[in-house]
Design a protein around this ligand. Sequence first.
Ligand code: GDP
Ligand code: MG
Length: 354
Amino acid sequence: MVRKESDTIAALLTPPAPGAIAVIGVAGPDIGTILSAVLRHARRDEPALLTPDRPRLCRILIGREFIDDAIVTLCGEASSSAEICTHGGIRIAQRVLAGLEAHGARVVGSEAYVAATAPDGKIERDVDRALVASQSVRLTRWLLAQRRILPEYLARWNSDSAEARAAFRARSEVAIRLVRGIHIAIVGPPNAGKSTLANRLIGHERAVTSDAPGTTRDWVSETALIRGWPVTLTDTAGIRETDCAIEAEAIVRGQVRAAEADLVISLTDACRPRLPEEAERQRARPVSARRVVEVFSKCDLAAAGSANVPKGAIRLSAVTGEGIDVLERRIEMELCLDLLAEEAPTAFLPHHLD
Ligand SMILES: Nc1nc2c(ncn2[C@@H]2O[C@H](COP(=O)(O)OP(=O)(O)O)[C@@H](O)[C@H]2O)c(=O)[nH]1
Ligand SMILES: [Mg+2]
């Protein structure tokens, strides 16, 4: 969406849900008039005085009605946009938006606002959109670095050596997958510790864990950070013979999720070696994922000591956390995320490679 020069827009930039603060963006040529109509000095009965790039405490008045105290920042030298931070609560944000609208701003959605106010240049816009969706500090920092270095690299890409271009393409494919969303599934027999491991990687209690096999009745997906990179992690129902139709369906669905995953963590309880038919079932599973990481869980228990852990498999305890960092490093390597560095220019959307 291209903003018409005559048009001043306003949008709620934070989610429309309960929160401590709400951020409202205003941008366009009439911003000065519109803001002076609704903003007053924090303590005195006079207009608020805004200086570019300086947050300022103001009172918001719509007509004669006091709405809220707010921190307002006029952005950039051109001062063509501003951010108004009010106390949370969707009602206050809605009243501020209605007040801005009454003074001539056009209220738009946050995506339209970001699209209209993003800096010129394709990459900068792409970065801004990816930032809105970013689920981790590491990814956010990496994207901000790309905004600085990628446009310049693409401009001189042609003159780079064939070797350097191949490396650029290889890490770009990794980044494209990361920004699109990497999906990891945990599979294994009931009670292997799948849900406990999922909770450990997600960082809070999400999936129900218990000693009773068959507790996880459907797959559960959430964002986990693997060495700071956001991935979608799916905890599946353990594969076993069952008479329960619901559990059987959950197992099938979990298998489908696993088949679609970029990487599968195949979990075995180190205290309980697999029965031959379990091993058979595991082999027959429809996992077409390119990468499988074999993990033996519960290594904190004495009974795990005698387990015959195959070469290359990772021993860990989801309870004590031992071995979790080894697993994270392995996942990072398997998915080639270790190729991504803040100082290495890298494309993160397919069209950047055109
Ligand atoms: N000691 C120990 N117990 C674990 C570990 N991981 C899981 N458990 C226990 O094993 C049981 C089954 O775990 P759960 O995560 O529900 O298994 P799932 O059926 O594969 O999802 C629970 O009682 C967990 O507390 C571990 O690493 N160490
Ligand atoms: Mg479970």
